[in-house]
Ligand binder design. Structure first.
Ligand code: PGA
Length: 258
């Protein structure tokens, strides 16, 4: 099943979050056959959970959580707290967290371990900065980030993890769209070394300047199980359109596999 998800980053009030859910519920049939997820800011997780009818197949995530179960960590929330609010998924190691908030591969590994222990699905984000890509070092960089990120969990727990390859140079307003050919070697490496065939992670997603125009081509890159979208999915109609593109790609993939 194709994964299509969005993180709202630091956007949406409670009213805006509820309006997004209502828009999605109005288009609920689009969600059939796709593993869709939405990652609100912490303040809106519970509101999204409460607004969403329990039979609508949408996963809810959190954008971050601390590895410790509780304690004197002002401003942080624990894995248990986000699960209690309604999250089943937790984003870990997004490049904005690494760049702006000092996340390292060590803290990422601690969070992946804590997420698995709490029964959450870690969505482990990896990706090389522009200078590493310019020097041709992206494969080693990304493989190293994944190895270190998974280093604290047992091999038999890897299937509980979802990876997102998000090259830093392709993310956000200052990013540029990646071409399918540019990401293909990295996606191939991730699925070969860490994917299901190796008893590895549950899925490998691509993210960074994804939108309705490039989504189908990016989903066509071998080894890509879905898309992780920022800006282009914050409007619910656009999110629904991306979900539909994901459903079509999944259906085409099933036909190809026959
Ligand atoms: P973007 O963000 O789609 O707005 O580039 C992607 C991400 O940060 O996951």
């Amino acid at each position: 099943m194709t994964w299509i998800g969005t993180s709202w980053k630091m956007n949406k009030t409670l009213a805006e979050a509820r309006a997004f859910v209502d828009g999605l519920v109005a288009a609920r049939s689009a969600l059939d056959g796709v593993r869709a997820f939405v990652i609100p800011p912490h303040t809106a997780i519970a509101a999204v959970r409460e607004r969403l009818p329990s039979d609508v197949p949408l996963l809810i995530g959190a954008q971050n959580a601390h590895w410790a179960p509780a304690g004197a960590y002002t401003g942080e929330v624990s894995m248990e707290m986000i699960a209690d609010a309604g999250a089943t998924l937790v984003e870990i190691g997004h490049s904005e967290r690494r760049e702006c908030f000092g996340e390292t591969d060590d803290t990422v590994a601690l969070k992946v371990e804590a997420a698995v222990a709490a029964g959450l699905t870690p969505l482990l984000c990896v990706g090389e900065p522009a200078e590493v890509r310019a020097a041709g070092g992206e494969i080693d960089w990304v493989a190293g980030q994944v190895s270190r990120g998974l280093s604290r969990i047992a091999a038999h727990d890897r299937h509980r993890v979802v990876l997102a390859y998000e090259p830093v140079w392709a993310i956000g307003d200052l990013g540029r769209e990646a071409l399918p050919d540019e990401i293909a070697p990295v996606m191939a490496m991730l699925s070969a070394r860490f994917g299901e065939a190796r008893n590895g992670v549950a899925a490998v997603l691509y993210g960074g300047s994804v939108n309705r125009l490039n989504a189908a081509a990016l989903l066509g890159v071998p080894g890509t199980d879905g898309l992780f979208v920022g800006r282009a999915a914050w409007d619910v109609a656009e999110f629904v359109e991306l979900v539909r593109i994901g459903a079509r790609a999944g259906a085409a993939g099933r036909l190809d596999a026959r």
